[in-house]
Design a protein around this ligand. Structure first.
Ligand code: IVH
Length: 672
């Protein structure tokens, strides 16, 4: 007889299998299953967990995709304080450390473990009975933020350990990193969205780990190396062997670890990695040296700040000297003019550098840059190399200072600079070629109108042939027009026209984002559309009305009003509307006003909640006729108080006699 289907067994089987594939992919870098098959298994698990929630485990592989619920972080105390390491910058200081250790141990034999110093953000993980139960940031060393939900999304961190010889309770520490390639992609995306760029992968990793949305963390592709185990029943008395065990349990432990026996060997290790680190997928900023025996570590002990049994050797920032041949000026989608240095090609951090960013006119002036100068180029934590200094002694006799252009290099319009802004920009936004092409490229992007059959080359082709001059023109293209551009191009053309047609279904907030209004990124567009659900309403909004929307400041409001006051823009929007592009938020039953219980009352939300996220409470307030405001004032009617709310807010609300209501009271009040 066929065995009856056992959902619990199947869930356990799928969880185990998916974790094994995760490990193969993210730790061993050798997948044994196709992405498609992986997704199928994951989908099956997700469905089963929804159907049988009683069998869903907190460490299930489905948790790696994260959820979108807001949960402020809870501060927790570290079991063992998270100390930092003493830094050295020379081999002499390393030799002095070696000598101190030797004396501290009374000339007993000892071994040193050499490791890479990963340049990310440190994390402490606690495992109980092979399950990840807690992940905490360093914080101030004594207390850190509980970021377990976010850490569960990091694919290279095991949620459930392999094998069975791990201690029943232990802590393991390591570094959360954003690989270079991921970092570059993230910054490219942020540049397109006009969001501030991360200066280096370390900041990007630290910023990501502190995000309130685990789903966003999951999408950012963090990685983690583990380098320090703590607990009472560790497998051996040797740091090196313990980490080899950790690798078997599923942790990502660096292959670069070596056991070293003399200052000579340490020096070789340092010299090797000072060069080789350029080929690593993640950022490193030095070498860490640790006494291998844990008993000897305890014998050496700690100073107030750091262990006496370990030290960090920091690498020099990488630098090269080369000649500045010329400076070009590039015009971006929003008209900002960026100076770029063209250099004699030079080798730096494993890549050939030909260009360096000069950022803006102030930087050129402060460097007193001349054409022909020998310049120092550095690639510290940053990916785009920058010029840090000029060798004035080598300046050629008749060299000329670099002058920032006064007119747009593309269309000749005099450049303008806004007060308080470092950048110059070309104001001729509707007739300057790179700005037009840039705006069309932005319009078709995946997160905007998602016209995926078009790319920058095709856009340039259409534009150069005079077929399109703005985004509205896209909707006038026909298969016949497009097909003429390519031999046997009918199928290609049909594809393009189909995907342009499909973009008419794209919802209003994304249309708003797609227009490329300065400072209106994806999130701002959503906020604006929530407050002004049609283009008409947004067009009529005043600066005061705009700045009343949470998170919309003066700068954004100004930019929206300017955009809406420009006749060319209004005509463009009008044409898009005629072609059927969505110009208002589509009403779904979800969004219709449910009651007027709150009758215009302003409500402040504070703390963390159990039943809904903060964003959901914001929406609920509005659905029941109230207004969500961000700070407590005498005009506030209610303070919706969750757990861990700020004491200052509570004090102020009490002082002003504002009604404080709990989550349950609020839900009862609105009848949800
Ligand atoms: S061991 C008590 N090993 O460097 C020793 N730290 O300045 C604990 N780091 O906060 C740290 N790579 O974030 C250790 N292989 C490595 C490391 C490492 C990077 C970071 C870590 C720590 C900081 C110390």
């Amino acid at each position: 007889m066929e065995k009856a289907f056992d959902p619990q067994e199947r869930i356990a089987y799928l969880s185990h299998t998916l974790e094994q594939h995760n490990h193969n992919y993210y730790v061993l870098n050798s997948p044994t299953i196709s992405d498609r098959d992986f997704d199928m298994l994951m989908q099956e698990l997700q469905q089963l967990e929804e159907q049988y929630p009683q069998y869903a485990q907190p460490n299930s592989p489905t948790q790696r995709v994260g959820s979108d619920i807001n949960h402020a972080f809870v501060q927790v105390a570290h079991t063992y304080p998270m100390l930092s390491l003493g830094n050295t910058y020379s081999i002499e200081e390393v030799a002095a450390f070696y000598e101190r250790v030797k004396q501290g141990l009374g000339d007993a034999p000892f071994e040193i473990v050499g490791e890479l110093k990963f340049d990310g953000t440190s994390i402490s993980l606690t495992y109980q009975d092979g399950q990840l139960i807690r992940a905490v940031t360093r914080g101030d060393g004594a207390m850190g933020d509980d970021v377990t939900r976010n850490v569960r999304t990091i694919r290279s961190i095991p949620l459930v350990l392999k094998g069975n010889n791990y201690p029943s309770f232990f802590e393991i520490r390591g570094e959360v990193l954003m690989p270079w390639a991921t970092f570059e992609k993230l910054n490219e995306e942020r540049e397109r969205q006009e969001e501030p760029l991360f200066a280096n992968p370390r900041n990007a990793a630290a910023g990501t780990l502190k995000l309130q949305s685990p789903a966003t963390v999951a999408a950012r592709g963090l990685d983690a190396y583990l380098y320090y185990m703590l607990g009472n029943n560790l497998p051996t008395d040797n740091h090196y062997s313990n980490l080899q065990h950790a690798r078997e349990w599923g942790f990502k432990v660096s292959d670069a670890m070596r056991v070293l026996h003399s200052v000579e060997e340490i020096k070789e290790f340092i010299d090797y990695w000072d060069v080789e680190r350029r080929n690593l997928p993640v950022a490193t900023d030095g070498i860490v040296l640790k006494v291998a025996s844990i008993e000897q570590q305890e014998e050496l002990g700690y100073t107030a700040k750091s262990p006496r049994w370990a030290i960090a050797y920091k690498f020099q920032a990488e630098e090269a000297v080369t000649r500045l041949n010329s400076v070009s000026f590039q015009v971006g989608r929003t008209g900002t003019v960026t100076p770029v240095a063209n250099l004699d090609p030079v080798q730096l951090s494993g890549t050939v550098v030909r260009r360096a960013s000069l950022h803006n006119a102030d930087i050129i002036r402060s460097l007193d840059l001349h054409i022909g100068d020998m310049v120092h180029v550095e690639k510290g934590g940053e990916i785009i190399p920058k010029i840090t200094a000029v060798d004035v002694d080598q300046r050629p006799a008749e060299s000329t200072p670099v002058e920032f252009v006064r007119n747009c290099p593309e269309c000749g319009t005099p450049l303008v600079r806004e007060e308080g802004e470092a950048a110059w920009f070309c104001p001729n936004s509707n007739h300057c070629a790179p700005q037009i092409k840039g705006r069309i490229e932005h319009f078709i992007a995946r997160k905007a109108m998602d016209i995926d059959s078009l790319g920058p080359e095709t856009i340039a082709l259409f534009f150069d042939r005079g077929m399109i001059n703005n985004v509205a023109d896209l909707y006038t293209l026909t298969v016949d027009d497009v097909a003429t551009l390519k031999q046997q191009g009918r199928k290609w053309a049909q594809n393009i026209i189909n995907s342009i047609a499909r973009s008419r279904e794209v919802p209003f907030p994304r249309v708003l984002f797609a227009l490329g209004i300065r400072f209106v990124g994806e999130t701002v567009a959503k906020r604006l559309a929530a407050a002004f659900p049609s283009m008409e309403q947004l067009r009529d909004a005043t600066i005061e009305q705009l700045t009343a929307v949470p998170e919309i400041g003066e700068r954004i409001a100004q930019s929206v009003v300017e955009y809406m006051n420009d006749i060319d823009n209004l005509l463009l929007v009008e044409r898009l509307a005629q072609y059927g592009v969505q110009m208002e938020v589509e009403e779904t039953p979800e969004m219709q006003q449910r009651s007027n219980t709150l009758n215009g009352a302003s409500v402040v939300i504070s703390g963390t909640f159990e039943h809904h996220s903060r964003d959901e409470y914001k929406a609920l307030i509005e659905l029941h006729g109230g207004r969500n405001v961000s700070s407590v004032s005498s005009a506030t009617q209610y303070l919706l108080a969750g757990a861990n709310m700020g004491p200052a807010k509570l004090e102020k609300a009490t002082r002003l006699g504002i009604k404080i209501i709990s989550e349950t009271e609020f839900l009862q009040m609105i009848g949800e």
